[in-house]
Design a protein around this ligand. Structure first.
Ligand code: ZN
Length: 177
């Protein structure tokens, strides 16, 4: 197993649209395992393959407090949305930035598992938010795209002012997806 390097904004490779997975082999399983250990190592809640410079439609996440319930979705598609919700988001590819983002409250997800079998789940709460955030990565979108440039600049200035120790302390207590 290998901890992978996470690409960081403004790296242009984060803007690529990822390709569908067509081969469900050991290589895919290895990528998924490495993404999960990278996500746990970096204290993230979710990670998308393009964030580790592998532009295929694969996302992993774990929203459990105990960090022992890994989820893997291949070729994820959301086809039903209900309600609106807003929550504070961060991202392993956009260090130090946290901001409130509006998302759909409940969604229906269709995806495949690592063997290619179909999965359908209804999700709400953090799981729904995380799935929407990770699928955005597959389409080359970042959560900061939802806020204005002016607001982003303000947040970045504020983050730059905080000293590093405070930032590390804060990072420990926030979820990054
Ligand atoms: Zn992210």
């Amino acid at each position: 197993m290998e901890i992978l390097k996470i690409l960081e904004f403004p790296d242009k490779r984060l803007r690529r649209v990822s390709e569908p997975v067509t081969v469900f082999d050991q290589e895919l399983k290895t990528l998924s395992d490495n993404m999960l250990i990278t996500m746990y190592e970096e204290r993230g809640v979710g990670l998308a393959a393009p964030q580790v410079n592998n532009p295929v439609r694969l996302i992993v996440m774990d929203i459990s407090e105990e960090r022992d319930q890994p989820l893997v979705f291949v070729n994820p598609v959301v086809d039903s949305y209900k309600g609106k919700t807003e929550s504070n988001e961060g991202c392993l590819s956009v260090p130090d930035i946290k901001t409130d983002i509006k998302r759909h409250e409940t969604i229906t997800l269709h995806a495949q598992d690592l063997k290619g079998a179909q999965i359908t789940i209804d999700a709400d709460g953090l799981l729904s938010i995380c799935i929407q955030h990770e699928i955005d990565h597959l389409d080359g979108k970042l959560f900061i795209d939802y806020i204005s440039d002016i607001k982003l600049q303000r947040i970045r200035k504020k983050a730059a002012k905080q000293n590093k120790a405070a930032r590390i302390e804060r990072q420990k207590n926030t979820r990054l997806i």
